[in-house]
Design a protein around this ligand. Sequence first.
Ligand SMILES: Cc1cc2nc3c(=O)[nH]c(=O)nc-3n(C[C@H](O)[C@H](O)[C@H](O)COP(=O)(O)OP(=O)(O)OC[C@H]3O[C@@H](n4cnc5c(N)ncnc54)[C@H](O)[C@@H]3O)c2cc1C
Length: 451
Amino acid sequence: MTEAAPSPHTGCAQAPGATNPPAAAVANVPERYDVAILGAGPVGLALATALLASGQPLRIALLDRRGEGAGRDDPRALALAAGSRQILQRLGAWPAAEATPIREIHVSQRGGFGRTLIDASDAARQSTASAGQALGHVLRYGALVSSLEQALTAASTNASGGACLSRHAQTCVTAIKHGAAVLTLSLRDAQRNWPIEAALVVHAEGVADAEGIEYWGRDYRQVAIVAEVTPSRAHGGRAWERFTGDGPLALLPLGRELSLVYTTSSERAPALLALDDTAFLATLRADFGGRLDFAAISPRTAFPLALRARRQTVGERQVWIGAAAQNLHPVAGQGFNLGLRDAWVLADEIATAFASTFAADEPSRPASSATGAPPDVATCLARYQRRRRSDRLGTIAFTDGLLRVFSLRLPAAAAVRGAALLALDLLPALRRPLARRLARGAIDAPARHGN
Ligand SMILES: Cc1cc2nc3c(=O)[nH]c(=O)nc-3n(C[C@H](O)[C@H](O)[C@H](O)COP(=O)(O)OP(=O)(O)OC[C@H]3O[C@@H](n4cnc5c(N)ncnc54)[C@H](O)[C@@H]3O)c2cc1C
């Protein structure tokens, strides 16, 4: 990528970090890539970085319908599990200075007794972990994207042996055509339409229109109102999860602020969004039963919530990862953590599948993908799907189940939930599995081949 301008018939004729290469030298002759990643959100960026760092001479195209850097303005903050921190560290994308540790999580319900406090010793495998350690970290989505962008630029600059990245911002795919050994994608940006070919297409476009797709779905009829609030007293690294009849409320430590995810019914959301800051904070105070007080709040943004999980995450030369594969309720902060594990495992399988191709041909880059033995993409995707199955289904079930249990409006439900919270508080053995899932992710950073 850094040295040579490849043949106009191949991709990556681009300076490191640059976006949208000049129009193809030969009109309508497709640029060729091994992997085309659609969507440069945090999951797509992580995958591209992991592929460039894999040591394989992969040609990668990464495109997004938005301009580069658009994700930096996203108002979300994400709670990241320890496994995600490990993956980001390995990618050189852990923004330590921007990450706020979660020291403990206070879980309670409005209108019912019982509460539990989870700390790092609950999540640790050995009970020697101290309560002062972090259960996880909170990052602004924008800080995460910036850090991944930097890591990607560095990986692209340092890529050797013919590995390269071609970025296309404000670009859409208008059609995907199946060929014998590649997919042909018709791309469009503001200036032109042009084709590219890829042996494998990865969908990381986030929540997609579910029309015509078989998926597990639930419309929660809820909206998440997101904002940052300034607590009247230092938060001390405590996160709060409070279940209410309208949905869960979460407050996560974020620098000196608290990141608020206020879930409410779709019917109530417009009225809450229309409140001025003073009235909104009064509502929030009432919801937390006076446990917390707040001095200020940032502008609020609403996200509609639904479960959308594709039944099939792989197709012919195509795979769906991150929120494009499964969009979860944010209740337990699992979505990005799960998507990052998708990207990590997929990068591993792609690198393994293409390694044999390159080895069979020549140690560095074949002049065009047509000259090498074709990678066994079908086996690669089948292996990926097998490796991700249990984590994926377990996390979807955990998130949806938690929400349903705490949404039950039966008369006895609040008492049962209260008893459960009390039991969790009194019995560490019950608390540990929950703590581990919240803090570590379902698993630690998945191992790679050869690790
Ligand atoms: C309120 C809220 C709070 C959350 N809190 C947490 C949390 O605490 N912890 C956690 O782990 N997860 C959390 N999540 C989930 C998390 O935000 C998502 O799982 C994560 O953003 C998914 O990343 P992604 O890259 O797959 O998709 P996205 O972040 O949606 O990025 C998709 C990218 O694809 C681009 N794109 C879209 N369509 C196209 C197209 N047709 N062609 C090309 N590009 C396209 C978009 O411009 C975007 O850049 C939360 C979600 C919400 C709504």
